[in-house]
Design a protein around this ligand. Sequence first.
Ligand SMILES: Cc1cc2nc3c(=O)[nH]c(=O)nc-3n(C[C@H](O)[C@H](O)[C@H](O)COP(=O)(O)OP(=O)(O)OC[C@H]3O[C@@H](n4cnc5c(N)ncnc54)[C@H](O)[C@@H]3O)c2cc1C
Length: 338
Amino acid sequence: MHIVFIMEKKIIEKKLIIIGAGPAGLTAAIYAARAGLDPLVLEKGIVGGQVAVSSIVENYPGFNSISGAELSAKMRGHAQSLGVEIDEFDEIERAELSDGIKRIITEDKIYEPTAVIIATGAVPKPLLVRNEARFRGKGIHYCALCDGAAYKGKTVGVVGGGSAAVEEALYLSNIAEKVIMIRRKSSFHAEKAILERAERTPNIKILYNTDLIDVGNSADEDSRGSNGSNGSNSNSADFLDYALVADTLTLEERKIPLSAVFTYIGSAPRTELLRGSVELDKYGYIEAGDDMRTSVEGVFAAGDVRTKKYRQIVTAVSDGAIAALSAEKYIMQKTGKN
Ligand SMILES: Cc1cc2nc3c(=O)[nH]c(=O)nc-3n(C[C@H](O)[C@H](O)[C@H](O)COP(=O)(O)OP(=O)(O)OC[C@H]3O[C@@H](n4cnc5c(N)ncnc54)[C@H](O)[C@@H]3O)c2cc1C
């Protein structure tokens, strides 16, 4: 006979829960703490969000140039100096968000907050090439700061057309022998100053009108061709060693020898918790107004997770501040303390 002990989860009432500790969530926490709302921040990944894994930030006021890790550590330190609690270990299982009672159910607890700020950000979009899954972490990467050091003295590719792609190419140019930017179109939509710097960098080569078709390993393919084996005994075959690209004008295909492809082709919102509760746009981003209010009373959205044109650190922190101020107003009205 099996005896199953079901532990009752503790129910905790809070004025404000912030989901996500990126720039938007941490800024919301700073504003909320200063307003006396005693916010709790729930984070399931790295505190600092996408900034924590960005190499260098050069467009955040007050810092001519700062590493993403340092900037996010400063934001975290600021929030914690005001007494903000950040829980990085208790993962959210479910969020029940309605105009009435709101419940955030984690592995250990059930929170019943008066208001919730969703600041869950976005994740990099995959390349969607055939061999992407096979070489993920073995030549296909989404973060130069995290994985770039492994390619010292090698040739690497960077895919993408925005500032993030160009910044990461610049970062990699200090590590790799050569950086090849693979750009599908004939221009970039990156910041002019950053792009000009990349164009002036001797070991960055830009291939315009070039599409990445796939990545592969030639030794692996040779061994498949000669003896039919899948080459799985060879360690070098675990890693990619070329990119197959096509000229978008002539459609001519060719292989470029390289050791890794770093990809920066946009991101997808992290709204999986919210399906069926707050209104999302057709891409899954949260619909929220200028005051960060969502379709559900007492639920606010801030940062990259909401529908907007520009997704940057400054726009995320702006959203975070507004969301906290709107949440404060809502909580005051709810509790009759306005
Ligand atoms: C490589 C790269 C370089 C960049 N460089 C710059 C730059 O130089 N300048 C600039 O202005 N912008 C830059 N950006 C964009 C900038 O980082 C984002 O706009 C900004 O981080 C958005 O902040 P956010 O708080 O909305 O979201 P995020 O930074 O994405 O943070 C969201 C947080 O929520 C957490 N989370 C998600 N789901 C859950 C859940 N269910 N439960 C708990 N926590 C959850 C995540 O783990 C994450 O920590 C860059 C982005 C990348 C990827």
